[in-house]
Write a protein that binds this ligand. Structure first.
Ligand code: 13P
Length: 247
């Protein structure tokens, strides 16, 4: 049985003080029905990690080098010093605005796993690719580009978030059938690369306009083990409603 995993992704939202207010408002509400967490800005990591007893706290990116002349970047040792245990990698906004590639994600995943930080690796097609019927080939290429070369035992521990770009922040969520179909393709590509055992263990999330009132429908799908949630993870009440929806 794969344990459900529900993460919020705050993106570039919340100051340190706002993050603390959220963690204090949600932490006691967290249940053991899933791994519940939020990916916070770097500036809110230390405070959030210290304040959270139940909620898991993720970074939203990391650089693959340990140190050096990379102005504005953050390394694995810097995350480790704050006891960071999770990191979101390859989000479509990083691919789109910061030119991140599958090869970058692969390097970032490798150094994170070596340090015991669990990556949430994001994949998903654009609207153009979706309309051109390229979803399957895009997902397979991203999964293999991000994960090939990693150790199978490590891949079994990580999380893959399928987020169709056309459903992110648009209010246009994918139907549960489309989401299930794509998450099954993600798992099948992991099977091709690492075999049945790893494919059966890896957790796959759906992301894209997930809300308290549609999360149950996604979670009832065979290959969907969780959700990565943007907008609906920003408010305490909305995140609590998401926690309540996982029974
Ligand atoms: P929304 O839930 O706001 O569509 O964002 C999804 C997302 O990008 C999570 O990483």
């Amino acid at each position: 049985m794969r344990k459900p995993i529900i993460f919020g992704n705050w993106k570039m939202n919340k100051t340190n003080a706002e993050a603390l207010e959220f963690v204090n408002g949600v932490d006691a509400h967290v249940t053991d029905k899933a791994d519940f967490g939020v990916a916070v800005p770097f500036t809110a990591l230390d405070t959030s990690i210290k304040a959270a007893n139940n909620l898991k706290i993720a970074a939203q990116n990391v650089h693959f080098e340990e140190n050096g002349a990379y102005t504005g970047e953050i390394s694995v040792p810097m995350l480790k010093e704050l006891n960071t245990e999770w990191v979101v990698l390859g989000h479509s906004e990083r691919r789109q605005y910061f030119n991140e590639t599958d090869a970058d994600v692969q390097k970032k995943a490798k150094v994170s796993l070596e340090a015991g930080i669990i990556p949430i690796v994001c994949v998903g097609e654009t609207l153009f690719e979706f309309e051109a019927d390229k979803t399957e080939s895009v997902i397979r290429k991203q999964v293999s580009g991000c994960l090939s070369g990693l150790d199978g035992e490590d891949v079994a521990k990580l999380v893959i978030a399928y987020e169709p770009v056309w459903a992110i922040g648009t209010g246009k969520s994918a139907t549960s059938e489309i989401a299930q179909n794509s998450c099954a393709i993600v798992r099948d590509e992991v099977r091709n690369l690492f075999g049945d055992d790893v494919a059966n263990k890896v957790r796959v999330q759906y992301g894209g306009s997930v809300k308290p009132d549609n999360i149950e429908e996604y979670m009832s799908q065979e290959d969907i083990d969780g959700a990565l949630i943007g907008g609906a993870s920003l408010e305490v009440e909305s995140f609590k409603a998401i926690i309540d929806a996982i029974k």
